[in-house]
Design a protein around this ligand. Structure first.
Ligand SMILES: C[S@@+](CC[C@H](N)C(=O)[O-])C[C@H]1O[C@@H](n2cnc3c(N)ncnc32)[C@H](O)[C@@H]1O
Length: 282
């Protein structure tokens, strides 16, 4: 588990759920992470669909404890399919949707959005019974029903098409009132970029490390930018190869702090070793 607090960081080699509960209550602005995926057989084990809610519950309890009232919980996860049997076809699990509902109903979080990561180069599954699996979900929840994110920090470049269109196009008010504008309006592009979308499009990571589920930096980057300011604390309870750490450090560097670390540093430590290691590299 990794905790980023104000320029420095702490890497705790422990069970992520237990680690969350050891953090001072109400101090974390963002918990971002990617748990083991339902039904996925990995070298770090399998969280079966039938046990999934029970297995993830201690992490959500821990998140509730650690998050500040204005904090966010962001979970990147994909529901794998169950294996077919003699009497049943392979079925897409709904446990991610169940988790999203429970985050509101059982834990009292508020849904900011369920975003989609569209994978440009999805791994072939050999599946022939349904379409190829090419996306993952990102459950974006707020601890409080009243929340605010930094939209400007995650704006994106305008497409050439939009910029061309805005040059001389005027959005027209319709008489039936079903319209986004009340009076004719031309659009001036925002110098910070276009409004962000709730879809992230990027490829899966090439298998450069021994970790089986390294995620692209663009994922943690987006939510760190949108949910935190310098000095806020970010925690990933399922650190894996350390992508969240890499993103958080890179963003600190972006605003002038110097905290060099590379992915290789994280690989030296294994959360299973149960050693509590505060500030190993600072
Ligand atoms: C989907 S991977 C996350 C990958 C990570 N986002 C990355 O980019 O490398 C899930 C990770 O959770 C870790 N994990 C599983 N159970 C855990 C636990 N109880 N506490 C902490 N980490 C755990 C696994 O070892 C695995 O590295």
């Amino acid at each position: 588990m990794i905790i980023f607090d104000d320029k420095s960081y702490r890497l705790l080699c422990c069970d992520g759920a237990a680690g969350l509960k050891e953090i001072e209550k109400g101090t974390v602005k963002l918990i971002y992470g990617s748990p083991p995926y339902p039904n996925a057989e990995r070298n770090y084990g399998v969280w079966k669909e039938k046990d999934y809610i029970e297995l993830i519950s201690p992490f959500i309890d821990g998140a509730q404890h650690a998050l500040s009232d204005d904090g966010f919980l962001v979970i990147n996860v994909k529901a794998n399919r169950s294996k077919k049997t003699a009497s049943k076809a392979s079925k897409r699990s709904l446990v991610v949707e169940k988790l999203a509902v429970l985050l509101e109903e059982q834990w009292g979080f508020s849904c900011v959005d369920i975003e989609i990561w569209v994978k440009g180069n999805p791994a072939p599954t050999g599946l022939r019974v349904a379409c190829q699996d090419a996306y993952e979900q990102i459950l974006w929840f707020s601890k409080s029903p009243k929340w605010e994110i930094n939209i400007d920090a995650i704006r994106r470049p305008y497409s050439d098409h939009s910029l061309d269109l805005y040059k001389d196009y005027e959005y027209k008010a319709r008489e039936n009132g079903l319209t986004y504008v009340r009076k004719n309006k031309s659009i001036t592009p925002n110098p910070l970029g276009a409004l962000p979308q709730n879809v992230i499009t990027c490829g899966v990571m090439p298998n450069k490390t021994t970790h089986q589920a390294v995620q692209p930096l663009a994922l943690p980057e987006k939510y760190i930018k949108a949910c935190t300011a310098i000095g806020d604390i970010v925690v990933d309870p399922w650190l894996g190869s350390g992508t969240t750490g890499e993103a958080a450090v890179a963003l600190d560097v972006r605003v002038g702090h110097n905290c060099p670390i590379c992915r290789a540093n994280y690989k030296k430590l294994d959360w299973k070793s149960k050693v509590l290691t505060p500030n190993p590299f600072v």
